[in-house]
Design a protein around this ligand. Structure first.
Ligand SMILES: Nc1ncnc2c1ncn2[C@@H]1O[C@H](COP(=O)(O)OP(=O)(O)OP(=O)(O)O)[C@@H](O)[C@H]1O
Ligand SMILES: [Mg+2]
Length: 432
């Protein structure tokens, strides 16, 4: 983890500089919060004990990570694990207690008010769960809002807003008020408003959890599209494991304010760091996340030159379809080189290993963790620590079953699920 955070504001960062670099970040709510991070005894206490001894809640505890340019960085965890606090610390909508945060190498904690405003208005745009739309304004004027507060002239901002409205699939609805839109359409407006300022990074705090499952999937696909077509850097908060697996290039899994594992979906599902993570991912259909590259064995004599071909990036599930259809082991070919072989035994071994962890690989659904809103102040608001609860959000089986052709192309198997909650629009935008 880099500790180099002092770079002149105007300097162009080298290509390898992470968009966000977070090191040793703490956010403690409560009296004398600043004492906790520096006191090894207090810092090591479990949440309930810390609260009993000091009256403080450590919402974010010694968290370090980089967000790389162009990646979707997912932060996931149960309700109360510190996700919202963490993402709000990134632009200091919540003031961190200690640690460093840099954007493009520039120290965020050293920014003055003007620089912070510039950060929030131009560089890091936030999309909220409850949309944050202005009810008396049209779709177009809501989308143009961020440009308006940037001081962009009326005709230019309306032209740019119209472009973005079309991009998120809302053309024809420019003159409607938010109340005349469905929940999914409102969230598209929220997304369009964030996109209109063409930010370097989009921050999403559980943006789709108020949407019903089908609309949620559409919005997830929109995020995938923005990622693939525009290379947008995104930090995406969710407590939904399958959403995290679908969207994340990397996932930071939080528990009680700490990051317990940071890795690719394949690493999280294939090599859980501890029992907590193992329990979290227990019901994930492993064959739809793990890739052929991690399941293959060396090619035996003659195997490298015959048989169907599969990419190392194809999922095990796709390879199973292929091997079953062809009735023969498949060669794993990277470029023009055969790097291994998968047969029925190696592939089924991946599925069976998931079962060994306990329970069927595509099991039932548990109750979904509930979101709770908190004030952004440093007050002693109500706390709802997750304590030592085990995860309650479990993924369902994927509904897409990719064809063999997709396996050969090495495309990832998409999956989706969602939860229904009534949308609760706010009356004014947050953090803009
Ligand atoms: N202003 C505050 N004052 C005191 N405690 C707070 C405050 N804001 C959050 N907390 C506490 O910090 C912890 C983390 O809260 P946070 O909102 O970041 O969790 P979360 O992971 O986003 O949860 P959810 O999924 O419910 O949105 C919780 O224990 C919460 O009660
Ligand atoms: Mg939250």
């Amino acid at each position: 983890m880099t500790s180099t955070t002092q770079v002149a504001a105007s300097a162009t960062p080298p290509a390898s500089t992470p968009v966000f670099s977070v090191d040793g970040l703490w956010k403690v709510f409560g009296p004398k919060a600043g004492q906790i991070p520096g006191d090894p005894e207090l810092a090591a206490l479990a949440p309930a004990e810390l609260r009993a001894r000091t009256g403080c809640t450590a919402a974010v505890r010694d968290v370090s990570f980089d967000v790389r340019k162009g990646e979707v960085f997912v932060v996931m965890g149960l309700s109360g694990s510190g996700k919202s606090t963490l993402v709000r610390c990134l632009t200091r909508l919540i003031e961190p207690t200690s640690g460093t945060i840099a954007i493009d190498g520039e120290d965020v904690r050293a920014m003055d008010k003007g620089r912070l405003r510039e950060l929030r208005r131009h560089r890091a745009a936030m999309v909220f769960q409850h949309f944050g739309l202005l009810p008396h304004r049209s779709v177009l004027d809501n989308v143009a809002y961020g440009l308006e507060i940037q001081g962009v002239g009326r005709s230019e901002r309306r032209a740019r807003a119209a472009e973005v409205v079309a991009k998120v699939g809302l053309d024809g609805m420019e003159q409607r008020r938010p109340a005349q839109l469905s929940g999914g359409q409102r969230q598209r407006v929220g997304l369009a408003r964030a996109l209109a300022v063409d930010p370097e990074v989009l921050l999403f705090d559980e943006p789709f959890s108020a949407l019903d499952p089908l609309i949620r999937r559409d919005m997830q696909d929109e995020v995938v599209r923005l990622h693939q077509e525009e290379g947008r850097t995104m930090v995406f908060i969710t407590h939904d494991l399958s959403e995290a697996l679908k969207l994340g290039d990397r996932i930071a899994l939080m528990r009680d304010g700490r990051v317990v594992q940071l890795g690719t979906p394949e690493e999280i599902v294939g090599s859980p760091a501890d029992d907590y993570v193992r329990e979290f991912v227990r019901d994930v259909p492993r064959e739809q996340v793990l890739t052929v590259g991690s399941a293959m064995r060396p090619a035996a004599d003659g195997e490298a030159s015959a048989g169907p071909v599969v990419s190392p990036a194809a999922t095990v599930s796709e390879a199973i379809d292929l091997v079953a259809a062809e009735g023969a082991p498949a060669r794993v070919v990277d470029g023009d080189r055969c790097v291994g072989v998968v047969d029925a035994d190696t592939l089924l071994g991946v599925v069976a290993k998931g079962d060994a962890g306990g329970g069927p690989s595509a099991g039932g659904r548990g109750p979904v963790a509930q979101s709770t809103a908190h004030p952004d102040t440093d007050g002693d608001g109500p706390s709802h620590d997750s304590g030592t609860d085990l995860p309650t959000t479990v993924p369902g089986p994927a509904s897409d079953s990719p064809a063999t052709g997709a396996a050969q192309a090495g495309t990832a198997a998409p999956r989706e699920r969602g939860e229904a909650q009534p949308p609760a629009p706010r009356t004014s935008p947050e953090g803009v």
